[in-house]
Design a protein around this ligand. Structure first.
Ligand code: NDP
Ligand code: GDR
Length: 333
């Protein structure tokens, strides 16, 4: 039985990856932070696993800011695969907290890589690093591919560039089987409520049900290459099953604006978005990534990975899930 160690297991991607690995018969060890609210709702939402498989998931307290916990857990669990998904993942918040973002996303990655080394696992472990399309930043060519130069435009993106190259360095210097997945935006009903897609689908559902009056947004003109998180989590595993470690762009190859997303989401509940959306200057970022579109052809050629859920289906499945969630909570109250 293979063993995986996942940081960020309580996040959107962590929950889908855990679900996928458990269904493949893995034993999964997840790093969790101590929090006052104990919100592990995404793990509770896992549906594609049996009770028996769920028993093979173990949660351990630790933090990417605490190297002792990482070293101890890696020595104790001795996993075959490590997935580093934990991060301060909100781009706008990274402008408010650049030091913290760098400590967790950049130095935290070094802490984890060093923990692998100090546990004597460098030739045993296969390592996945959650790199990001945000690293491309200022766009000078399109579509974006593995060879495109990074021009990061936020503290978040800078921290991810550091972690990306640290991963390449441990591969080159120590022979660690390490892969960077350069994932473009991916969304789902489990997406955090302060990312734009989920904020929109949640609001469209709530407005339709008479629970909210309006929705304030920032830049409507930014364009993103949005895919479905469940499919993207599978690509992480696929990278680690290949014969050689490498870096891959994971994207749909299509780009849509925030305004397109709002319009599609409100149309899904038979409303005109222009009647409800207001502009809030505070949501504008100090510097922005304007329009990104990825070229996933390497992942398709080498791994056989391809995005199946496209823009309209994604928006509609998210709106549907938020409507259902509210209807259920209304019915039970
Ligand atoms: P989320 O924000 O949903 O989850 C982040 C996870 O990191 C949570 O489990 C969180 O724990 C954990 N975490 C945060 N800080 C720490 C810390 N100091 N120590 C340990 N754990 C911590 O992110 P996603 O699931 O969306 O993304 C997964 C990864 O992929 C992230 O690294 C993100 O930057 C990257 N990425 C995401 C993309 C996307 O579109 N979703 C695209 C490209 C890259 P807690 O629940 O306690 O807050
Ligand atoms: P992003 O996602 O910054 O691309 O990072 P986010 O959903 O936060 O923003 C996407 C675009 O929407 C614009 N926008 C708003 N964004 C938010 N959050 N809230 C708003 O009200 C709003 N109004 C407009 C933003 O300006 C931006 O242009 C995500 C994260 O998951 C990162 O961790 C990941 O690395 C990248 O995707 C790829």
């Amino acid at each position: 039985m293979k063993k995986a160690f996942i940081t960020g297991i309580t996040g959107q991607d962590g929950s889908y990856l855990t679900e996928f690995l458990l269904s493949k018969g893995y034993e999964v060890h997840g790093l969790v932070r101590r929090t006052s609210s104990m919100d592990r709702s995404r793990i509770d939402l896992m549906m594609d696993v049996t009770e028996e498989q769920r028993k093979k998931m173990y949660l351990h307290y630790g933090d990417l800011g605490d190297s002792n916990s990482l070293s101890r857990l890696l020595s104790e669990t001795r996993p075959d695969e490590v997935y580093n998904l934990a991060s301060q993942s909100h781009v706008r918040v990274s402008f408010d907290m650049p030091e913290f973002t760098t400590d967790i996303n950049a130095t935290g990655t070094i802490r984890l890589l060093e923990a692998i080394r100090s546990a004597g696992l460098i030739h045993k472990v296969r390592y996945y690093q959650a790199s990001s399309s945000e690293m491309f930043g200022k766009i000078v060519e399109s579509p974006l591919r593995e060879t495109t130069q990074f021009r990061p435009r936020s503290p978040y993106a800078c921290s991810k560039v550091f972690a990306h190259f640290a991963t390449v360095n441990y591969r080159d210097a120590y022979g660690l089987f390490a892969c960077n997945g350069i994932l473009f935006n991916h969304e789902s009903p489990r997406r955090g409520e302060n990312f734009v897609t989920r904020k929109i689908t949640l609001s469209a559902a709530r407005i339709k049900l008479g629970l909210q009056e309006s929705l304030s947004l920032g830049n409507l003109n930014a364009c993103r290459d949005w895919g479905y998180a469940k499919e993207y989590a599978e690509s992480m595993w696929q990278m680690l099953q290949h014969d050689t470690p490498d870096d891959y762009v994971i994207a749909t190859g299509e780009s849509h604006s925030v305004q397109d997303f709002v319009s599609e989401a409100f149309a899904a509940v038979d409303l005109d978005w222009r009647d409800y959306v207001t502009f809030d200057q505070r949501l504008i970022r100090a510097s922005e990534v304007d329009d990104i579109i990825g070229d996933p052809s390497k992942a398709q050629r080498v791994l056989g990975w391809e995005a199946k859920v496209r823009f309209s289906e994604l928006v509609n499945l998210m709106v549907e899930a938020d409507l259902d969630r509210h209807k259920m909570s209304n019915a039970s109250s």
